[in-house]
Design a protein. Structure first.
Lengths: 113, 112
């Protein structure tokens, strides 16, 4: 079974600075997808960014980018120019052909004004 | 275009009572999912459906049943609620081409 590990229960960043959230996963498959979801206090799960394992280029969505290291099974999220609205729980998730999305335990991000 | 909606938003049950959570999607996606989220944890898959009339077990299916009689609706049932089922329940619908899942707003269920 696949496992997803987020080793940082909490992170803090100053507004306008950059922060990186870590995620590692364990799999024997070669074809899969990785996701970062944001969950603000409203509870809504919001997709932040997606990475296909077969793509070598790191995904980018505006201020959000990933560092995908397939051999190391690492998938970190970098948030640039942090804003107060970025404060939330962030979940890393793994998807493969087994029809199951496996989530990590989450990282709580606090943004200081 | 509401995406994925869930009914109700909150519910309190007594141990042994039954209830049904309703998930509805207007995106015409084939795949739908039910998850639970316990405090301080990520989501865990309860059951899922790959199309109308089909369902399958996920990671934590015990104590739950599901039905997908119509493509746009996916129902989650608790026949005899237990305090261990106190959780936030999320429904999701999957976009086939990219494997992205779109989530509903969640239902907070408390079993006393």
């Amino acid at each position: 079974a696949q496992t997803v590990t987020q080793s940082q229960p909490e992170m803090s960043v100053q507004e306008a600075e950059t922060v990186t959230l870590s995620c590692t996963y364990d799999t024997s498959e070669s074809d899969y997808y990785l996701f970062w979801y944001k969950q603000p206090p409203s509870r809504q799960m919001i997709l932040v960014i997606r990475q296909e394992a077969y793509k070598q280029q790191n995904a980018t969505e505006n201020r959000f980018s990933v560092n995908f290291q397939k051999a190391a099974k690492s998938f970190s999220l970098k948030i640039s120019d942090s804003q107060l609205g970025d404060a939330a729980m962030y979940f890393c998730a793994y998807w493969s052909a087994g029809n199951m999305l496996t989530f990590g335990g989450g990282t709580r991000l606090m943004v200081k004004p | 275009n509401a995406g994925v909606t869930q009914t109700p938003k909150f519910r309190v049950l007594k141990t042994g009572q039954s209830m049904t959570l309703l998930c509805a999607q207007d995106m015409n996606h084939e795949y739908m999912y039910w998850y639970r989220q316990d405090p301080g944890m990520g989501l865990r898959l309860i059951h899922y459906s790959v199309g109308e009339g089909t369902t399958a077990k996920g990671e934590v299916p015990d104590g739950y049943n599901v039905s997908r009689l119509k493509k746009q609706n996916f129902l989650l049932g608790l026949e005899s609620a237990a305090p261990s089922q106190t959780s936030v329940y999320f429904c999701a619908a999957r976009k086939p081409a990219t494997y992205e899942q779109y989530f509903g707003p969640g239902t907070r269920l408390t079993v006393t």
